[in-house]
Design a protein around this ligand. Structure first.
Ligand code: XMP
Length: 556
């Protein structure tokens, strides 16, 4: 699928004007268990926390923590102009940490509007130092770097950020610089062994903390963030899957009008949730296209079909293109060529199918927030890293369809929550990632129907055992690989000379790095026995104990 090209114009899903406020309140009360003040009309999405990104590896974690507290937030570049955020109705600002030192030339600073807006501001680590520096205090290199566990002690007991929390708390620190002089109007609110001013604030709800509340090593971090959100910024817990669905539907309706929409289903959770939302919004104006490339796991195409056609009653163009793909892959052994061919064939088949539908106006994509952040922060000077994507191909320019991307402000776990809210089956919602080129990159060497059938049978056993032992959700991915090796074995009185299957199971947070999973020996034993007994042409099973790096998750 193509990368987002329309970042600035295609802003977030706007709050709907005509949804009943009382309906929002009811849902929010039910989900949060809290009563909200009915005299204060609130629109579900109209409370945003802004996270100004100074390049910290933790900016996303801050955003995740805020969302988990049911408050909507966006990560914005540290120098974003006010005009780009004004329509989000910000309720507060968090200044993230970052690798720079404020006293260096070109150190990234916050724009003036941050301190002139009157909004509560919480500066974390570098964010606090930037605030101190900009408001007239002093920051210097500390005599000693403070990294890891520390304890902070409050100077007073009535500080709202620490409401309900003990006078001394363990926290996680990671800094070299230190505040040495407070800005006018500020006072020191807590200290640690190495930071005499570890927490500071003024009467205008501008607060700085030297430690990181967003990491799990700060045990009270969640409570501190919630105190900031609810107590200091006055946010309500409006960011819930139910509210999101209601808003997204309204917003899709507004965007699409009576236009025609297509969506390519991959079998994965993102396209499934995006398609389901669009279907809820515009019904039969949506047609989903599912290309069966003959490279999926056993029963997978049938399940996607059953879910969308029979259960969700979505218009589905099911294209059986297995022969087509296998023909194009015949004799190809190079992994990158396999990927390229599969990507190109996908586009060709998808285009043909779309052309059959006549005039089409919109294309739905399951773009997620991490991709959006990457594109945004890569425009900003302080960004550090850009992930490589390996999605199958992109749609050609000439299709000229407007994008409908209802998930572009969601993290993956939020997509799953929305999927459950929409009633999608759990097995679809929690499906492990599966590569676009499918089993073609798990069959080493050339791809044939026979090899695919062998791999499917082995993969079925892996899945079956992983699920039966409640390991499926713990593992990032788990699957079988059909190697090119053949080895000698013995079956009854006969010598065999058959294929080796490798089992791959990894844990990971984001696929950038991964660790091989310490699967219990008895699970491995059952998988091995069953594959050797149930899968023809395989007489040996090995377990891949390579992490990433130096290995990759897939073998090709
Ligand atoms: P590697 O093998 O690079 O994989 O460690 C990282 C993640 O990406 C998936 N992957 C792909 N996904 N098209 C995809 O859509 C591809 O060509 C592709 N190659 C790898 C892999 O399954 C893992 O989740």
């Amino acid at each position: 699928m193509p990368e987002d090209s329309n970042l600035t114009t295609n802003r977030r899903i706007a709050a709907s004007d005509d949804l009943e406020v009382s309906a929002y309140l009811e849902i929010a009360q039910e989900l949060s268990g809290q009563r909200l003040d009915q005299s204060e009309p609130i629109e579900a999405h109209q409370e945003t926390l802004l996270v100004l990104d100074f390049g910290s590896q933790y900016s996303r974690l801050i955003a995740r923590r805020i969302r988990e507290a049911h408050v909507y937030c966006e990560i914005i570049p540290h120098d974003a102009p006010w005009e780009t955020v004004a329509d989000l109705n910000p309720k507060g600002i968090i200044l993230s940490g970052g690798p720079a030192s404020v006293y260096e030339d070109d150190a990234p600073l916050a724009p003036a509007w941050v301190f002139e807006s009157g909004l509560p501001v919480l500066g974390i680590c570098y964010g606090m130092q930037a605030m101190v520096h900009q408001l007239g205090g002093k920051v210097n290199a500390g005599a000693k770097r403070e990294f890891g566990h520390a304890v902070i002690h409050q100077n007073a007991t009535d500080f709202p950020l620490f409401d309900g929390l003990p006078a001394s708390m363990p926290v996680w620190m990671s800094h070299g610089d230190q505040v040495t002089e407070l800005p006018p109007g500020f006072s020191a609110l807590a200290f640690s062994d190495n930071s005499p001013m570890a927490v500071l604030g003024d009467d205008n709800k501008r607060i700085g903390i030297q430690f990181h509340p967003e990491v799990v090593h700060t045990p009270e971090g969640k409570a501190i963030i919630q105190n900031f959100l609810y107590g200091i910024c006055g946010c309500h817990q409006l960011w819930t899957p139910g509210n999101f669905v209601a808003e997204a539907i309204e917003s899709i309706r507004a965007q699409v009008g009576d236009g025609k929409v297509i969506c390519a289903l991959s079998g994965g959770v993102d396209s499934a949730v995006a398609a389901t939302l669009v279907h809820r919004a515009v019904g039969d104006q949506l047609t989903c296209i599912f290309v069966d490339n003959g490279l999926m796991r056993r029963e997978e195409p049938e399940r996607v079909r059953a879910t969308f056609e029979r259960y969700l009653k979505v218009n589905l163009a099911y294209v059986d293109a297995a022969e087509h793909f296998l023909g194009a892959l015949k004799g190809v052994v190079d992994p990158e060529r396999k990927r390229k061919i599969i990507g190109e064939e996908f586009i060709r088949v998808f285009e043909e199918e779309a052309a059959r539908l006549g005039q089409v106006d919109f294309l739905t994509q399951g773009t997620l927030y991490p991709d959006v952040i990457e594109s945004k922060t890569s425009e900003s000077k302080v960004s550090a890293k850009i992930k490589t994507h390996h999605n199958v191909g992109g749609l050609p320019e000439h299709m000229r369809l407007s994008l409908v991307e209802p998930l572009r402000y969601l993290f993956k776990d939020e997509v799953r929550e929305v999927g459950l809210e929409l009633g999608l089956p759990e097995e679809m919602v929690f499906r492990q990632p599966f590569p676009g080129p499918g089993l073609a990159i798990r069959v080493m060497g050339d791809v044939t129907i026979e090899k695919l059938e062998t791999l499917r049978a082995a993969d079925w056993v892996v899945m079956d055992e992983v699920k039966a032992n409640d390991l499926y959700r713990e593992l990032w991915q788990s699957f079988a690989v059909l190697t090119e090796s053949r080895t000698v074995g013995v079956s009854g009185d006969y010598r065999t000379y058959d294929h080796v299957v490798a089992i791959r199971a990894v844990t990971s947070d984001d696929a950038m790095t991964a660790d091989w999973a310490r699967l219990p020996y008895d699970v491995l034993a059952r998988i091995s026995n069953r594959i050797a007994n149930e899968v023809p042409n395989v007489n040996r099973v090995v377990y891949d104990i390579t992490s990433k790096p130096p290995g990759t998750i897939e073998w090709e």
